[in-house]
Design a protein around this ligand. Sequence first.
Ligand code: HEM
Length: 213
Amino acid sequence: MRRLAFPTLWLLAVGVAGYAVYAYSALPIGAAVHPDMRASFEAHRTAVYLHVFGAAVAMLLGPLQFTARVRERWLNLHRWTGRAYLGLGVLVGGLAGLYLARFAYGGLTAQIGFGALAVLWLYSGLRAYLAIRRRSILEHQRWMTRNYAFTFAAVTLRLYVPASFMAGLDFAGAYAVIAWLCWVPNLIVAEVLIQSGRFKPAHGPAAAKGVRP
Ligand code: HEM
């Protein structure tokens, strides 16, 4: 079961990032969303593109950052992909996401839900970066785990939306709940993993050299 968890996570991440890159490079803007959301997407075109392509970088690179073998064998690759993850993915995708949260479909509940997610995404990315600048690997791993739990909201949201359609729920109401449901349980899972003591101070070249971005 545990062995399947990581490949499943990777597959879902690649699937959602692939869908996002395809839909927002090959189709007209807003073609892939609920018709009620289209006008808002057309009105905030630049932010939507910055958000989707930036966040897709984080989505794709995240699983690579958690692969111990990559960190141990190719520490420089881990550093460079980490810079792209935080700089392009979290910073660009997160700031654009924060801007878009003001106009999110589903009313104030959805706007606050997405806004909180954006702030926490940016904050946890900053904490992970500051931790590694101080060479605190354990703290860096913990903050990156929380950060990827937020990144993964893009996957969980896209599981809940079709599930709400299948359940026949009113879309606006369901979407407002999903704006919270897509990240709160992810954060709880991340905290459980962290508290379980799964993360131990790193060994190997990363620990010896000190992983610096
Ligand atoms: C984790 C922090 C994130 C925040 C705060 C966030 C926020 C938002 C917001 C507010 C919207 C507009 C929703 C609306 O107008 O109702 C949106 C749409 C979108 N986001 Fe994110 N998002 C995040 C992560 C991601 C990630 C990691 C991806 C991965 C590619 C992503 C891909 C998309 C896509 C493709 C859309 C357009 C809607 C769709 O085609 O399904 N987001 N996001």
